[in-house]
Design a protein around this ligand. Structure first.
Ligand code: MF3
Ligand code: CO
Length: 252
């Protein structure tokens, strides 16, 4: 498959999908507090997704059993919501979800603090978000894909953080996962040239320790091998002839 270029009418649908996804994240963020179960967060997220006539794209994707991926502390991504899992003071929790609106997808992730968290955890969340913004400085027509990857990886490493290598960002549109794969660290090839109309899910996954991860026995939950904290920040981004447009972020 090659990288799809969206038409103006497709871009309008991607924009609406992203606008709704930003609201979904906003509503989930409101209930984050000690004691809440990850199941409850999944319920709120899925209800909001459906209330806008969208479908939860993660639900049943390759067998994933829920609508929101919820990953706590050393869990990097793809944690499975559970009635038995309660958030506790000092945790950091990553919420990652995608939805489909009239045939077009949007994908975004946020990492939240539960109550008061350690200065280290706060710094990790900040750096992870900054990695995304470093990356999208190069999300411009005429740049190459690897410019984004290199910017993300070098910013994380400069700040002494680990960059997860086994998972990456991706193109997005009619499919949740389209070409290209977007590594969060420098590649040997410069990769495809970016063009207006491409839509990319850019998603740094950053740790306070190793880049090495492993999968739990549920075959979904990805954790850091050294159990260091991990954070995830993702948005769906449109390449334009000027500045990139972050589709899954609420417009001020
Ligand atoms: N943002 C996640 C990703 O691109 C969404 C995955 S949904 C899942 O991997 F069902 F695969 F978990
Ligand atoms: Co994604």
């Amino acid at each position: 498959m090659s990288i799809t270029i969206k038409s103006q009418s497709e871009i309008a649908l991607m924009r609406e999908a992203g606008r709704i996804l930003a609201i979904v994240h906003e509503e989930m963020a409101k209930i984050i507090q000690p004691g809440v179960t990850t199941y409850q967060i999944d319920r709120v997220g899925e209800e909001v997704i459906r209330s806008y006539g969208c479908t939860p794209a993660c639900l049943h994707y390759e067998g994933f059993p829920a609508s929101i991926c919820i990953s706590i502390n050393e869990e990097v991504v793809h944690g499975i919501p559970s009635k038995k899992r309660h958030l506790k003071e000092g945790d950091i929790v990553s919420l990652d979800t995608a939805l489909c609106y009239k045939g077009y997808h949007s994908d975004a992730a946020r990492t939240h603090a539960v109550g008061e968290v350690s200065p280290k955890a706060k710094r990790l969340m900040r750096i992870t978000q900054e990695c995304f913004y470093e990356g999208i400085r190069y999300a411009r027509a005429g740049c190459h894909l690897n410019d984004i990857s290199t910017a993300i990886g070098s910013y994380a490493e400069k700040n002494g953080c680990g960059v997860v290598r086994d998972l990456s960002g991706h193109g997005i549109g009619e499919q949740m996962h389209e070409d290209p794969q977007i590594a969060n660290f420098r590649q040997l090839r410069r990769g495809p040239k970016l063009r207006a109309g491409m839509t990319l899910a850019i998603e740094p996954m950053i740790t306070l320790g190793t880049w090495r991860v492993e999968w739990l026995d549920d075959d979904w939950t990805v954790v850091t091998q050294d159990h260091s904290l991990a954070a995830h920040y993702e948005n769906t981004v449109l390449i334009t002839d000027g500045d990139p447009e972050i589709l899954s972020l609420k417009k001020e």
